[in-house]
Design a protein around this ligand. Sequence first.
Ligand code: AVJ
Length: 321
Amino acid sequence: MNGSPLLLDRAQLDDRSEFRDAVLAGLDSTPRAIPAKFLYDARGSALFDAICELPEYYLTRTEIEILRRFEADIAAMAGPGCALVEYGSGSSVKSRLLIEAMRDLVAYVPIDISRQHLDATANGLRRDYPHLKVEPVCADYMTLARLPADVSAARRRIGFFPGSTIGNLLPVEATAFLCRARGLLGEGGALVLGVDLKKDPRRLHDAYNDAAGVTAQFTLNLLRRMNRELEANFDLSAFAHEAFYNPVEGRIEIYFRCLRPQTVTVAGRSFTFAEGERVHTEYSYKFDDAGIATLARSAGFTIARTWTDPARLFAVVYLVS
Ligand code: AVJ
């Protein structure tokens, strides 16, 4: 799972060449950028779990608070006999809340690119809910074209995309994702979507610049991953995490910044980094009511309900076709 096993199976080899191609393309482009999904190797996923526990990172705990408070409303909106389809089933805490609230679920379908994550999630749920049909799908939810046949036969398919993960996507990508999800969820389908709200920029800044430096480790883990998987030789002390709120675009922007001139080898190729040069790793878009409505409408969805916490830090919306 970690380190460099002597033998890689077919899927691991495919993952590695996808990572290599994306990194080389990203370092060849101007400005340089590496897609956010590559932050989540085993160590990156563990660091993200640690981020969710940070005092500054209000997103996860606020969304869980909203789900706890309104789970019965969500279940009532969905009605009986649904299949629940979760996009990017990271931690199963949130899905468990919905699974328990939606009592007579026909099936639970976690979709994730990580086979390990998926198997662990599926096994835990099968143990705790022996009557629940768990049908994991190992896929990139950006490109997934179909669901298991019996899931398609459920009275209604409810998508669940928590965590404001949609905020990682550019607006055009978010629209494309929602269009695809709407098609996949089909006639009468609905999507329960978690979105982080616009707020005091200092609060946003702090959520991505925690005092303990866990977010910095999360960003710099991408360099470690390149060193390990792509035989790169990044000097981790020569790069720093940088995150700030861009109020014009309404998004947090995250980069790793080169602190002194470097030449680095990655997968046999040489790349020069100037002092101060940045490589983009993430956007995290923040929304207001109008922004959520525009996004939903751009994909043919309508907002049926919006649930928030009292301080309006985060929102969970129920979108219908
Ligand atoms: C998982 C994409 C929702 O944007 O807040 C957290 C990722 N990156 N801290 C976010 C993240 C740095 C997170 N999402």
